[in-house]
Write a protein that binds this ligand. Structure first.
Ligand code: GRG
Length: 299
């Protein structure tokens, strides 16, 4: 797949995701309209839609149409957005900017930002569960997808990683700690994105396992690149200030093993991710292209 093909693949999928998100969370006019406004503010703030794109690509890799995985894709973007809103709160990373605009709590206040995050989480699981009830997908597959995503987002995954992240701010760290953190805080949800897509696409057990491996490795490469961009990235492209990991003495690969070794590690994880796709034909080409894109990204 050429860079141009991948760019057009990502644009197509982004359009599909954005249209469906719009339908899943329309602006309301009732008394809680401001809450919906806060949820939509962050959901439509120009995120790269990587998790939902990976989810749709997971379904396609096992030979299903992308739309088979759409409910999981939407749920993943809502959960991810909720995590970013909470991550920016003063009680967490205390960031004022996200996705090139003021963080949710800077616009709507802390209380409303907390509620917007919780609201997005509930809507995410609600719409995924409803897709089974409404017969868009066999309910046994929807159950499996819900359980994979809930596990990856919860205390055994992203929330667990964030807890360790908070506890180790400013403390001495080593590579083992960073590996735990990255695999829980970031790679778990990215792996769940590809896996849940493959599950809803009706993939076999071995295919789902291979795609979980791909997602885990690509997720680790992605987070190392995130660490590197915080050191070397361009604020205008990133849409947020750089250097905040350093300021908070966060546990990152560059801090644990140095910048050059961190770059090598990201490259190795990307290669391992692509190697996990060995049993797949051209249907997994977008996933191969996405692995390279995630490594080379500047935002
Ligand atoms: C409310 C579900 C929930 C969790 C609370 C705050 C928290 C626990 C977890 C935060 C975890 C976190 C911030 C992980 C970092 C993941 C990461 C590298 C985000 C950046 O992702 P991109 O680059 O962002 O995909 P865009 O803006 O493009 O969507």
């Amino acid at each position: 797949m050429t860079d141009l093909d991948l760019a057009s693949y990502m644009m197509d999928k982004t359009r599909m995701i954005d249209q469906a998100l719009e339908k899943a969370l329309p602006q309301t006019q009732d008394l809680s309209a401001n809450l919906v406004k806060a949820m939509r503010y962050s959901l439509f703030a120009g995120g790269k839609r990587l998790r939902p794109i990976l989810c749709l690509a997971g379904a396609e890799a096992v030979g299903a149409p992308a739309r088979a995985a759409l409910p999981a894709a939407l749920a993943l973007e809502m959960i991810h957005t909720a995590s970013l809103i909470h991550d920016d709160l003063p009680a967490m990373d205390d960031d004022d900017f996200r996705r090139g605009r003021p963080a949710n709590h800077k616009v709507f206040g802390e209380g409303m930002a907390i509620l917007a995050g919780v609201g997005l989480l509930m809507r995410a699981f609600g719409l995924l569960a409803e897709s089974g009830r409404e017969g868009q997908a066999p309910s046994s597959l929807v159950f499996q997808a819900i359980s994979v995503i809930a596990r990856a987002a919860g205390p055994d995954g992203m929330v667990g990683g964030q807890a360790v992240d908070l506890e180790y701010e400013g403390r001495e760290i080593d590579e083992e700690l960073v590996a735990f953190l990255h695999s829980h805080k970031t790679a778990a949800l990215i792996s769940a994105a590809v896996t849940s897509g493959a599950i809803l696409g009706g993939g076999g057990q071995a295919q789902v396992a291979a795609l979980a491996e791909y997602g885990g490795k690509v997720g680790l490469a992605f987070q190392i690149v995130d660490d590197i961009l915080d050191l070397e990235g361009d604020e205008a492209l990133l849409g947020k200030p750089v250097g905040s990991d350093e300021a908070l003495r966060k546990a990152t690969y560059p801090r644990a093993i140095g910048l050059e070794k961190a770059k090598e590690k990201a490259e190795r994880f990307k290669e391992e991710a692509v190697a996990a796709l060995v049993g797949f034909g051209p249907s997994a080409d977008p996933l191969r292209g996405l692995a390279a894109y995630l490594l080379a990204r500047k935002r």
